[in-house]
Design a protein around this ligand. Structure first.
Ligand code: 6R9
Length: 656
């Protein structure tokens, strides 16, 4: 990273100390860093005591066969028992596990831990009746309904690793994933609600499964009541086989390293990568970080991860972490603008949500819609905010803090990956003075470093590659069925040092705090200057008229690569429509030059109505690059809304 790029950092002088009251009662104090530094293994061993083990481990970490880790070796436990049964046994059967909110108004359900236990046992019995055995894979292709959680926990309960596939993915994406992990049973629904209308799921399953001859059963939840095709002998209704099953099921304890789930990473081309997570370490890592970073007080907090379960964020922080901690969570089926743009704030007010965890892309969308919308709701129950998925630009951070957090809630910018399973780099709410735009430090027990091409630490004030230097409990164990690719993808780059290569660029500021710069393949080279997409995007978003920005480097004869920007304007900025886009574009280019330097000035800026995003909110810059380089747009199957690319192309042809 050039020093020019780095210099932009020093503009950010704002600091937010932890609220006094939160700090006084925080679950975790600064002492945790010292404790973990003194003995990382003992630190994680203590964290493992949070769970209920059937058999205690003999060895905390076995790293002899690196990079294949084994955590809590010799230990045995059942994940569903830890997430549900033990809370019921502790007298919390009547406590709400989920306030579930369907997309159609007034379509809500509260599910207690007692009810969840009964449903999970019924589903476990039904799966056993369908012939699912320990170790068999089950694919789950569902909307955001309680049965999705029940299905995941039922699989965990009987030791059958699940693979949840986003409900928004196409039938071919589903087929590839079923085939890659050789799932024999698929759990789905007739459909789910999306943007005010039922969206079908079953036809995609029928199509996918027609090319998966080994799938013998498809278990179907009736959610929308729409018509479905039926294959006798293969398809079974959930209400027939689950709801009639016994609520008694004895959970068997599995080895700590027994596979829990496979999650395929989205947005990459080629064969999907099946990230494998296992039992003990994963539950230790997710439950500890959920408790520490969100300062979870299970008796009083109402926790809401506003994300899809088909994303790792949903797995770790809607399902496993919160349930292991006995939390009460909100789970919402639909989109933020159905039936109106204030839906989230209405939900927060209604349930008294205290902790909100969401993606910067959502925050920037709310910025675009205008602060008047959240201002109409009473958000005073909130005490802590979280962000995940992409770097949060300082502007979005401040907007979130002010307009959602009422200037009293600290913002946890959490960096992690499908591969890491658990939060890795984040502030601690009772300890850290937050800086807008920085994810701050590796959490206690986690070792991160920013290194150069040779794997040497770059030191403060410099940029390079983010690496993780020590194993951690919830780390991926391998890629499903492909140990070689696992080694190549994550461990080969810094093999000599034995570091995990995260694939993200990062820099350390003068205090040694970490700033994420996006994927390393998002770094541009303009006339020999290395520029980060994130930084130019942040500069654009800091202009009052810009809500969202995406930047790509497109081939350029003169400069090697040139900066191409795509921007969405804030709605309030459009009111009156006085200014001609041409003037605005000049103004934006000058603004970037002022914020970063003339070298970063975008060659072109295109005003667009939407940006292409995955359902986890990541901008698919690859597609914008296709547009910028005048190529046909590539695979759009992992886009949340595949019509977006048409809108962008139309914008170009109409000369906007
Ligand atoms: C949890 C999740 C992982 C990639 C990761 C990075 C980006 C996630 C971030 C962030 C900056 C943050 N990312 N959180 N970048 N700041 N707080 O998103 O998993 O879908 O696997 O994506 O997302 O680039 O490498 P996943």
């Amino acid at each position: 990273m050039s020093d020019e790029t780095l210099a932009n950092l020093s503009h950010e002088e704002r600091r937010f100390e932890p609220p006094q009251d939160l700090a006084d009662h925080a679950n975790v104090t600064a002492e945790a860093y010292d404790e973990a530094d003194r003995d990382r293994i003992a630190f994680w061993e203590k964290a493992a005591e949070r769970l209920s083990w059937d058999t205690r481990w003999d060895t905390v970490l076995d790293w002899d066969d690196a990079p294949f880790a084994k955590w809590f070796v010799g230990g045995k436990l059942n994940v569903a028992h830890n997430c549900v049964d033990r809370h019921v046994a502790d007298g919390k059967g009547d406590k709400v596990a989920f306030h579930w909110v369907g997309e159609p108004d007034d379509d809500t359900r509260d599910i207690t831990y007692g009810e969840l236990k009964d449903s999970v046992c019924q589903a476990a019995n039904a799966l056993v009746d369908l012939g699912v055995e320990k170790g068999d894979r089950v694919a789950i292709y569902m909307p955001m309904i309680p049965e999705t959680v029940v299905a995941m926990l039922a699989c965990a309960r009987i030791g059958a690793p699940h693979t949840v596939v986003f409900g928004g993915f196409s039938s071919s994406a589903l087929r590839d994933r079923i085939q890659d992990c050789d799932a024999r049973v698929v759990i789905t629904a007739d459909g789910g609600y999306r943007r005010g209308a039922p969206a079908a799921l079953k036809p995609a399953v029928d199509e996918a499964v027609s090319q998966c001859p080994d799938v013998r059963s498809v278990l179907v939840v009736r959610r929308t009541g729409q018509d479905v095709e039926w294959t006798d002998g293969r398809d079974v209704w959930w209400h027939d086989v689950v709801e009639g099953a016994s609520t008694e099921h004895t959970a068997e304890a599995f080895e700590s390293e027994h596979p829990l789930y496979v999650m395929y990473t989205s947005g990459t081309t080629g064969k999907p990568k099946g990230i494998l997570h296992t039992t003990g370490g994963y539950l230790v890592g997710t439950s500890y970080t959920h408790w520490a970073v969100f300062d979870l007080k299970p008796e009083t907090d109402i926790f809401w991860t506003a994300a899809d379960i088909g994303w790792v964020t949903g797995h770790s922080y809607i399902v496993y972490g919160p349930l292991a901690n006995g939390a009460t969570s909100v789970m919402y089926e639909g989109t933020p603008d159905t039936p109106h743009k204030g839906r989230w704030w209405e939900i927060i007010e209604k349930y008294g949500v205290t902790i909100l965890y969401c993606a910067p892309t959502a925050i920037r969308t709310f910025m675009k819609w205008g602060k008047e919308i959240p201002a109409r709701a009473d958000l005073s129950s909130l005490r802590l905010l979280g962000s995940v998925g992409e770097p949060i630009n300082p502007e979005a951070y401040i907007w979130y803090r002010e307009n959602i957090g009422g200037n009293r809630c600290p913002v946890m910018d959490t960096w992690w990956q499908t591969e890491t399973g658990q939060l890795m780099i984040s502030p601690l709410p009772g300890v850290t003075a937050g800086k807008p735009g920085s994810a701050m430090k590796a959490l206690p027990g986690i070792s991160a470093e920013v290194v150069d091409d040779e794997g040497e630490p770059v030191g403060n004030g410099r940029g390079g590659y983010l690496v993780l230097t020590e194993p951690w409990p919830a780390m991926l164990r391998t890629l499903w069925g492909d140990d070689e690719r696992f080694k190549e993808t994550y461990w080969q780059r810094f093999e000599k040092q034995g570091y995990y290569f995260a694939g993200d660029g990062a820099k350390l500021d003068d205090d040694g705090d970490i700033w994420l710069l996006g994927r390393v393949d998002d770094v541009m080279n303009v006339s020999g200057h290395r520029l980060s997409t994130t930084e130019i995007e942040s500069a654009l978003v800091s202009h009052p008229r810009v809500a969202e920005a995406a930047v790509v480097g497109a081939k350029d004869e003169q400069t090697g690569q040139a900066v191409n920007a795509f921007v969405i304007l804030r709605e309030s900025a459009l009111e009156g429509g006085e200014e001609a886009p041409d003037d605005l574009i000049k103004e934006l280019r000058d603004h970037v030059a002022k914020e970063i330097g003339a070298i970063a000035k975008p060659k072109s800026i295109l005003v667009v109505p939407e940006l292409p995003k995955t359902r986890s909110g990541k901008i698919m810059r690859r597609l914008l690059k296709d547009v910028a380089e005048n190529r046909d747009v590539g695979d759009v199957t992992t886009l949340a809304d595949s019509g977006v690319m048409d809108q962008i192309s139309e914008g170009i042809s109409s000369g906007k």
